[in-house]
Ligand binder design. Structure first.
Ligand SMILES: Nc1ncnc2c1ncn2[C@@H]1O[C@H](COP(=O)(O)OP(=O)(O)OP(=O)(O)O)[C@@H](O)[C@H]1O
Ligand SMILES: [Mg+2]
Length: 262
């Protein structure tokens, strides 16, 4: 089997200080993948390195068995919300149409087909009531959904999303997870930075546990263990108590369900 993504001996440093150290991993095609780890663990840096938008100190990344430059139009990126300039003058439709640019030839204007595709994606994320709204005038969750629509409009084969659920309400989060599931069902690979440990087992097929070094990567069922969580978040006591709770709940899912059901 050819992996969808393969990383070998990856090190990334800022001012000679490594923030990702000697990472080796592979991700199979068609999986919903969670990247988890504490603040500053290097999650966003890993995504940027995988996309080739940061210089690597060592190692290589291959996507669909090709170097990044050969498959750039098959990958799509939803940045972490804080890193976007929301004052940039653009409407929701403008932003989503930007997702079509890689499909357009040089100097070609978007055609009706591109506009229709963009509108379709706007509908998928429930933003059809805001098509002409400036992005600076959207709520945080609406901004997040707009960027998701832009990624969808790209019709890529691999998607990188940096905390797509940050600042999104529970119903929207559910809708987005369903959307991501539909994408993986069509054999797209979706890689998501995620902070909520409670939902990791439910959402992801595969997890990457990171803290500068790779702690573990693999199928969620065998990789998302209390031991790996301790190594990943080590020393943060309150959190480890939460994790212990979480693991207890994982072991007794039926009891827990009985408790929350009326
Ligand atoms: N451009 C930069 N220059 C110098 N250091 C940086 C730069 N970008 C990130 N870092 C540092 O690299 C480390 C990893 O940052 P990164 O943004 O990847 O963390 P993260 O896991 O995404 O954290 P968060 O959960 O807070 O988003 C941090 O210590 C950060 O301060
Ligand atoms: Mg980050």
């Amino acid at each position: 089997m050819t992996p969808a993504l393969e990383i070998h001996d990856l090190t990334v440093a800022f001012d000679r200080k490594p923030v990702l150290w000697n990472i080796d991993l592979m991700i199979p095609e068609g999986k919903l993948v969670g990247i988890i780890g504490p603040n500053g663990a290097g999650k966003s840096t890993l995504i940027k390195a995988m996309m080739g938008i940061l210089p690597l100190s060592s190692g290589y990344v291959k996507i669909f068995d090709k170097p990044l430059d050969d498959i750039r139009d098959r990958i799509s990126y939803v940045p972490q919300r804080e890193s976007v300039d929301w004052d940039f003058p653009a409407s929701v439709l403008d932003v989503v149409l930007m997702g079509r640019y890689s499909k357009l030839g040089l100097f070609k204007r978007p055609r009706k087909a591109d506009r229709d595709a963009a509108l379709e994606c706007i509908k998928k994320v429930g933003m059809e009531g805001f098509i002409n709204r400036q992005i600076s005038q959207l709520s945080g969750g609406q901004q997040q959904r707009t960027f998701l629509a832009r990624a969808l409009a790209q019709q890529a084969d691999m998607y990188f999303m940096d905390e797509p659920f940050a600042g999104v309400d529970a119903a929207t989060e559910k809708a987005i997870v369903t959307l991501l599931r539909n994408m993986t069902a069509q054999n797209k690979t979706v890689i998501v930075v995620h902070h909520d440990l409670q939902s990791v087992s439910q959402y992801f097929d595969w997890v990457i546990m990171l803290n500068t070094r790779l702690v573990a990567a693999g199928p969620t069922a065998t990789t998302f263990t209390s031991k790996n969580l301790e190594t990943t978040y080590g020393g943060k006591l309150t959190l480890l108590t939460d994790v212990a709770d979480l693991m207890r709940r994982e072991n007794y899912p039926s009891r827990e369900e009985n408790i929350i059901q009326p």
